[in-house]
Write a protein that binds this ligand. Sequence first.
Ligand code: PEP
Length: 256
Amino acid sequence: DTVRRPIMAGNWKMNLNHLEAIQLVQKLAFSLTEQQLNEVEAVVLPPFTDLRSVQTLVDGDKLAIRYGAQDISAYASGAYTGEISGAMLAKLGCTYVVIGHSERREYHNEDDALVNKKVKAALANGLTPILCIGEGLEVREAVGHVGHCCSQLDNALDGLTAEQVQKIVIAYEPVWAIGTGKTATPENAQEVCGAVRARLVEKYGKETADAVRIQYGGSVKAANIAAIMAQPDVDGALIGGASLDAEEFASICRYQ
Ligand code: PEP
């Protein structure tokens, strides 16, 4: 049996300036014991402008909290005004980078081909992608969710080796459950997370599929995390709103 270390990642979205970021990470460090931080990987995903401050705090106090960015450029460097490269994120000590979040797919027209390029850019710089997939309400109502998510997965991972796939974190986030207060049932989460793992077995083999951590995301809070984590193919959560409160996020990290 493969033991996958649970990963709780807080996606702050466009919230908190660098001073507020320091405050939240400090509170988080006080709220979680060394043992809790050993058992669960706690990750914060602040806006780009907070990363330097978070790096300084985490390094200075040797905090067992990891951090990453919410997006990455598909390009290595050059004339791409407003973009941030993988090399820049790696230099700031980022471990993770969110790729293909539904808000970027929707408001910035990111398609699967761009998501695939960003996954490759992250891996090329030693960053671990947190690859987001998930269906909208219409697809869910038409019961096309498993096919939709597997297709997003296939496209995002196109051209990668099993060794590369093994490193990736996948976040299943049904769009209808993000920021809506409508959490998918634990069974809803398991259905897609299980199908994603089965797809990975089919394409890359059992060893690779067993190593990949799959998160659920969508209105996760302290009150519903335990039931979600009890599902066999759910290895963690991607948390938006509830990650902005240190106590709430710490409770999610201590889900047992
Ligand atoms: C998210 O943005 O990834 C998310 C899951 O948001 P929320 O927890 O607020 O639904």
